[in-house]
Design a protein around this ligand. Structure first.
Ligand code: AMP
Length: 940
């Protein structure tokens, strides 16, 4: 069929086998971009053979052979490759012209005028020269077909085309988009860029708006510089266009239907953005410079990490703005922002991202250097983490602290090359041309809104001062700073441009500058678009002011619990379960019929069912969270007949909360940061991250240290995120035994979070429900089990669940008379069962074993009332743990243990000796150690 199409064309064509070189070139142009060739050629090339719908990797010589073969089907004269060429010189040139267009689309950015300091050493790109395409100025007056070049004309003289290409692709904007494989996206971008030659007409009003933004950006820094000389402010100077850019972006977002914009940025330029975009009162900032601070924010943070919220009036109505608080660890705030956006989108039931826009602002060294950037890009199109695209802006001041040589900072041509992994278009733009900046900004947003994908703007600028204002940049960047010293500020450059073209006169400019300065003197908000907050849709007040021991009613009727249980063992007939899963679901039915006691997986699923039935939503992510790393959860069923997924927890009751479980990308840092962002934006959803093995949380250490443990103390932001971290010594070696309990305990203070080690199904059920039902929002760190998931003793009855109480301490369960007790062993987690079994074997009745299920905040009152008092005659108290002595709870919680034993009693340690590694690698040694520590604890 395809052959006949081609043959028909061939017979009617003036081409012949001898013109294969021409066809080859055309084909090459087609391969670069199908739009490069005429419709007729495109349909021919698109008709080339495919295997199972996939184009063959057809080399040019193969193509030539195919055309020769086809020619052989036609008149004999056309069959030989020796046939005289019928290609005219102008046909040849026509192809070359198309290739020239393509070369500019691919590589024009390499000749673009991007660096305000003109320090970039641009390589000479031969593809952008006429001679490379066998064209010369002699061809300038010839008209050529411009193929898909979206200038609105079919033909142009070479001269006009060449000028146009240079204007479009080598001006203040370097566009990189030809790495995108999707033709529709490429065509869309070409249309937008080429139709206006990357420089649309802009109105006087817009120009004045831009100028005002530059006046504000410059005025603010100068003001701070003169009022607080030498104080760190991480000035924006050099990247001043960011202010009109962000304002333009927010306004355009509002006009496009966005209701909220969440911004993440590091310290550079942040004070400027706070005052000139978000509308923070300058007087508040000046107070902070003078040392005053908001007492309500606890330990607080430096002013250039501060977040802020406000509303902003746009042409499409008010938009809520939230600038995320962030630590110094660069780039880590970006997944936090995106998680926060996902929460807001979920709240608004908006799945396409249109209602909330994330903007992440990066540094040039950090975006290339920090792995979390890659992780975040990788998440951008996944089910559980997508937000309809992020507008990413790099403040590319060409220096990271004191390192500016690109051979030291990265191994890629541009700092933005990482964006190509998701085929994001990248617009490099000279920050000294604010009109070009605004053009790419609107283009980027429209791209994001149209295709729901990430897009990148590389704002190429410079840094007028050192890393901070007390630094001496000449010490490390002498040549760059000699240039910067002589380089006029962006406001002056643009003001000169506007006066030269007659848009505004010098007097009016002076007036703008002095009015801005007077506004700063006055100290009130300097952003005319600022509005008081009404657009954000969540009220945090019910969650404020509670502590972990706040009263709540967690009781549940047994019948209700069984009814919930029925709903989660129910699945449609069309779902064919795998045999082991089927058995597990059968067991769950037996549990509901009270033929079996409840196991961990069932109790955990019951907790989720109860929570969603109350209308509260749940979001659970982790590397294997649907099934559970250890095959215990099976909350997501996979039908064996067609692979379809079914989640019983989504069918619990009519008006239930949203239930989402996603197997996450294989990342910890970005995923935990995302979930932190989600949980800090949505108190109404129980947000849970589960580690595959607890030690994987190491990969998210920066999030744990800088957000989770300290976010409330630094920023007053509550967060109810729960981490489920499988932990327990079962001979799996150094990497999969410990969730590093000691690290979490070491970070405990100010009741910043809860650290729990539940040991029974009833406990996990009530712990999870407590976290959702109680109005307090504090992180919950859980040392969750592995082998305990199937331990014959780790089972619970319905009655243990229905009381709704999570027991922070569990007293001895065997029939041991307190007056006979000579030793009390305190422990947490799986080792309890080892101790219990061995004591039963030993038939010892003079040792009580106490479980401390919440290690922080330590349950002093419960311990005193129920344990210390009961065993007050006992002088021998032991803390037993599986972890080496320098790890686990021994050192970090010892002061709490001492506080819980009777006066005059001694406290000793039973456990592994100190070790550099969390666990031994050999199972036999592990068993020996485990037996020894249990024996040690039980030997009087
Ligand atoms: P946002 O939507 O993030 O701009 O937040 C709007 C307002 O809600 C903030 O100004 C805070 O008063 C409050 N708020 C937001 N997030 C939290 C949080 N995690 N904890 C406590 N209050 C919050």
């Amino acid at each position: 069929m395809q052959q006949s199409v081609m043959k028909a064309w061939w017979d009617s064509s003036h081409m012949a086998g001898g013109n294969a070189a021409y066809i080859e070139e055309l084909y090459e142009a087609f391969l670069e971009d199908p739009n490069n060739v005429s419709d007729q050629w495109r349909s021919i090339f698109e008709g080339l053979p495919k295997v199972d719908g996939v184009e063959l990797d057809t080399s040019h010589s193969t193509i030539r052979e195919q055309f020769k073969a086809l020619a052989a089907l036609g008149p004999a004269a056309r069959a030989t490759s020796n046939a005289p060429s019928k290609t005219s010189t102008s046909d040849d040139k026509q192809v070359k012209v198309l290739q020239l267009i393509n070369a500019y689309r691919f590589r024009g950015h390499q000749h673009a005028n991007l660096d305000p300091l003109d320090l970039w050493k641009q390589p000479r790109v031969r593809d952008l020269e006429l001679s490379h395409h066998n064209l010369t100025e002699k061809d300038f007056d010839t008209h050529f077909n411009v193929g898909s070049y979206a200038i609105g004309q079919e033909t142009m003289t070479l001269k006009d085309l060449f000028t146009s290409l240079n204007r479009t692709y080598c001006g203040s904007i370097g566009s990189e988009y030809m790495h995108i494989t999707d033709t529709e996206q490429k065509r869309w971008l070409q249309q937008r860029i080429e139709s206006v030659q990357a420089k649309p007409e802009i109105s006087r009003e817009e120009k004045i708006h831009i100028l005002k933004g530059l006046v504000a950006a410059d005025g603010m820094e100068k003001y701070l510089g003169s009022k607080f000389p030498g104080a760190k402010r991480f000035s924006l100077e050099g990247g001043d266009s960011l202010v009109p850019m962000l304002k333009g972006l927010i306004n355009h977002a509002g006009e496009s239907g966005a209701k909220e914009v969440v911004i993440g940025m590091a310290h550079r330029g942040r004070l400027n953005v706070l005052v000139n975009v978000l509308g923070k009162n300058p007087s508040v900032l000046f107070d902070e410079f003078s040392g005053k601070h908001d007492e309500s924010l606890g330990a607080g943070d430096v002013k250039y990490h501060a977040g802020f919220s406000s509303d902003f009036a746009t042409g499409g109505g008010n938009v809520h703005l939230a600038l995320a608080f962030n630590p110094s660890h660069l780039e880590i705030v970006n997944p936090v922002v995106i998680g926060s956006v996902r929460a807001r989108l979920d709240r608004r039931n908006c799945s396409d991202g249109s209602a909330v826009l994330p903007i992440t602002i990066h540094g040039d060294s950090a975006i290339a250097g920090q792995g979390v950037v890659q992780e975040t890009f990788n998440m951008s199109q996944t089910r559980g983490f997508q937000v309809g695209g992020t507008v990413r802006i790099v403040i590319n001041n060409q220096v990271g602290f004191t390192t500016s040589k690109t051979e030291d900072t990265r191994s890629t041509q541009y700092c933005t090359d990482i964006a190509k992994m998701v085929q994001a278009p990248i617009f490099h733009v000279n920050a000294d041309d604010p009109e070009a900046v605004l053009f790419v900004t609107k283009l980027a947003l429209d791209y994001r809104n149209t295709f729901k994908r990430d897009v990148m703007i590389d704002l190429v600028c410079y840094r007028r001062h050192g890393h901070n204002e007390a630094d001496e940049p000449n010490a490390t960047q002498p040549l760059m700073y000699q240039k910067i010293k002589k380089h006029p500020v962006p406001r002056l450059i643009y003001a000169d441009q506007l006066t030269a073209e007659g848009t505004i006169d010098a007097h009016e400019i002076e007036k703008l500058v002095s009015e801005y300065r007077a506004a700063l003197d006055h100290g009130a908000c300097v952003v005319p678009e600022w509005r008081p907050m009404t657009e954000h849709s969540v009220d945090w007040t019910p969650y404020l002011g509670h502590d972990w021991d706040a009263e709540y009613d967690g009781t549940i009727e047994k019948d209700k619990l069984i009814e919930l249980g029925r709903s989660i063992v129910n699945y449609p007939e069309s779902v064919k379960l795998q045999s082991r899963v089927k058995k597990l679901y059968g067991d769950r039915e037996a549990m509901l019929a009270e033929e079996k006691l409840l196991d961990w997986g069932m109790a955990e699923n019951l907790a989720y069912a109860d929570i969603v039935s109350r209308g509260t939503s749940i979001r659970l992510t982790g590397q294997d969270s649907g099934r559970g790393t250890f095959f215990h959860r099976h909350a997501v069923l996979h039908s064996q007949s067609d692979g379809a997924e079914y989640m019983p927890l989504q069918h619990v009751s009519e008006n239930q909360g949203r239930m989402e479980i996603y197997d996450s990308v294989l990342s910890e840092a970005a995923v935990v940061a995302f979930e932190f962002g989600y949980a800090t934006a949505e108190p109404g959803t129980l947000t849970i991250w589960e580690a595959q093995f607890g030690d994987f949380a190491n990969g998210a250490q920066v999030v744990i240290d800088q957000f989770l443990s300290s976010g409330e103390a630094k920023w007053g932001r509550l967060c109810g995120l729960t981490l489920l971290l499988p932990h327990g010594y079962e001979g799996q070696g150094p990497e999969h035994s410990s969730a590093r309990l000691e690290r979490f305990l070491q970070l405990c203070a100010d009741h910043n979070w809860q650290v729990c080690v539940p040991s029974t199904p009833a406990q996990v059920y009530n712990m999870i429900r407590r976290q959702a039902i109680r109005p307090m929002r504090k992180p919950l760190i859980v040392m969750s089990p592995k082998s305990l998931l199937r331990h014959p003793l780790a089972i619970s009855s319905f009655d243990e669940l229905t009381d709704g109480i999570f027991h922070n301490v569990i007293d001895e369960i065997d029939d041991i008379k307190s007056e006979d007790v000579k030793r009390v062993i305190m422990c947490s987690g799986k080792v309890y069962y080892d101790l219990l079994e061995q004591r039963r074997k030993n038939e010892q009745s003079d040792i009580a074993i106490i479980r401390i299920e919440q290690l922080y905040p330590f349950p002093h009152e419960e311990m005193a009332a129920n344990i210390t008092n009961k065993y007050k005659h006992v002088k021998d108290w032991v803390w037993c743990q599986e972890e080496p002595q320098n790890q686990g709870a021994w050192y970090c919680s010892q002061h709490h243990f001492w506080g819980s034993i009777p006066d005059g009693a001694k406290l000793t340690y039973a456990g592994r000796t100190a070790s550099a590694s969390p666990a031994v690698g050999y199972n036999a040694v592990h068993n020996q150690q485990q037996k020894a520590l249990v024996d040690d604890a039980l030997t009087l």
